[in-house]
Design a protein around this ligand. Structure first.
Ligand code: HEM
Ligand SMILES: *[C@@H]1O[C@H](CO)[C@@H](O)[C@H](O)[C@H]1NC(C)=O
Ligand SMILES: *[C@@H]1O[C@H](CO)[C@@H](O)[C@H](O)[C@H]1NC(C)=O
Ligand SMILES: *[C@@H]1O[C@H](CO)[C@@H](O)[C@H](O)[C@H]1NC(C)=O
Ligand SMILES: *[C@@H]1O[C@H](CO)[C@@H](O)[C@H](O)[C@H]1NC(C)=O
Ligand SMILES: *[C@@H]1O[C@H](CO)[C@@H](O)[C@H](O)[C@H]1NC(C)=O
Ligand SMILES: CC(=O)N[C@H]1CO[C@H](CO)[C@@H](O)[C@@H]1O
Length: 329
């Protein structure tokens, strides 16, 4: 090959390579994956979510949380949506007992199947829904990568092993996130999700009663004692049903007030309080516990959600596009 034609060949190769790298990350996800195959996909999701939240605003929290639970168990592959069949599915694991909103995902899926049958995966629906919930709750928009495909396995034991408990300390939270390729910054940023939604008393009553196991009146010293008194009025020991706003007064607004609460030792879970036990996560909490900290949190949140949305994804020919989100094809 003559020197010039060889150079041209290398140049073209370089351009092809660059354009491939440009629109897709290493795992084959990209923003606008459905632009050709289902151009209305994201608009359809947005519309169903807006309609849903206008009549049932409290579904925002569970719908955002669902993407987290999906991604931390077998990767973001829609496994959280599968019903139990021969085995017990993730849905039946204890941390999942409080997940709601499966019917909303089914409605989104039906609308998408009508527009573009067999094209949009259930795992991508969860990722786009999570973004739309945040936007609807007055958070900020980020571009969601799509192109995930759905897995065909869901089991309860995986959920129990992979989802961090609300009683987790900082070292186990950091190692849980690290095992998914997420950093301490992702941990502190994504925990900011607790600015919306509610929790069952049972997720934190251990901090209010018999914390040390010695005396029924022992409480968690890392929780503000005035706040303990308020929480005790709402939550009696062994209460399994009462719901408490995690960010009282603004639980429907996706803002930075989570960090103000945590800095005041009013984070609801031990996992929230634990963010003060590591220098990096603590610095993030304190520097965002001020009004001007909010904008940078909202920006960071989109970045960390994209990171979370890449965990263990199936792309290309792996997995399948489920027709119904609660069962494999
Ligand atoms: C860092 C480890 C985390 C722990 C230990 C944790 C734990 C919990 C617990 C125990 C609840 C209350 C469930 C209930 O009792 O009803 C909850 C609620 C929630 N979590 Fe987390 N979470 C963590 C991280 C995340 C992440 C990464 C996200 C999203 C990206 C998230 C989003 C939410 C939302 C939106 C709610 C409210 C759900 C509702 O309104 O029903 N959490 N979390
Ligand atoms: C999965 O379970 C839900 C709730 O029990 C039910 O409404 C739905 O129809 C089930 N899906 C399938 C495919 O059986
Ligand atoms: C953190 O929690 C893990 C798991 O429960 C435990 O093994 C570890 O000893 C705890 N670390 C500290 C510093 O308490
Ligand atoms: C407090 O916790 C200890 C240890 O778990 C338990 O043995 C005891 O029965 C509890 N006491 C009450 C009043 O719940
Ligand atoms: C717990 O506190 C209540 C109310 O202050 C008190 O009546 C009770 O005696 C205390 N119980 C114990 C075991 O200290
Ligand atoms: C699940 O998916 C894998 C890989 O895509 C495939 O080899 C396997 O046969 C599937 N299992 C079922 C039960 O569909
Ligand atoms: C979504 C889901 O499966 N929720 C169930 C969790 O467990 C409780 C108690 O067993 C059920 O009532 C919910 O339907």
């Amino acid at each position: 090959m003559a020197a010039t034609s060889k150079l041209i060949f290398l140049l073209i190769q370089g351009i092809v390579l660059l354009s491939v790298l440009d629109c897709a990350n290493a795992q084959g996800l990209k923003v606008g994956f459905y632009a050709k195959s289902c151009p209305e996909a994201e608009a359809i999701v947005k519309k169903v979510i807006a309609q849903t939240l206008s009549v049932a605003p409290s579904l925002g929290g569970p719908l955002l949380r669902m993407h987290f639970h999906d991604c931390f168990v077998r990767g973001c592959d829609g496994s959280v949506l599968l019903n139990s069949s021969s085995n017990q599915a993730e849905k039946d694991a204890i941390p999942n007992l409080s997940l709601r909103g499966y019917g909303v995902i089914d409605r989104v899926k039906s609308a998408l199947e009508k527009a573009c049958p067999g094209v949009v995966s259930c795992s991508d629906i969860l990722a786009v829904v999570a973004r739309d919930v945040v936007v609807a709750d007055m958070g900020v928009h980020w571009d969601v990568e799509t192109g995930r495909r759905d897995g065909n396995v869901s089991n309860m034991i995986d959920a129990l092993r992979n989802l961090p408990a609300p009683s987790s300390n900082i070292s186990s939270l950091k190692s849980s996130f690290a095992s998914k390729g997420l950093s301490a910054k992702d941990l502190v940023v994504l925990s900011g999700s607790h600015t919306i939604g509610t929790s069952h008393c049972s997720s934190f009553t251990n901090r209010l009663y018999n914390f040390t196991g010695k005396n029924v009146n022992d409480t968690d010293p890392t929780l503000d004692s005035n706040y303990i008194a308020k929480l005790k009025m709402k939550c009696k020991p062994n209460d399994q049903t009462t719901l408490v706003e995690m960010d009282p007064g603004s639980f429907k607004t996706f803002d930075g007030s989570y960090y103000t609460l945590v800095a005041k030792r009013r984070g609801l879970f031990q996992s929230d309080a634990a963010l003060l036990d590591d220098s990096e996560t603590k610095a993030y909490v304190t520097s965002h516990a001020v009004p001007k900290g909010e904008a940078s949190f909202l920006k960071d949140f989109g970045v960390s959600m994209v990171n979370m949305g890449r965990i263990g994804v199936l792309t290309g020919n792996a997995g399948e596009i489920r027709k119904v989100c609660s069962k494999i094809n």
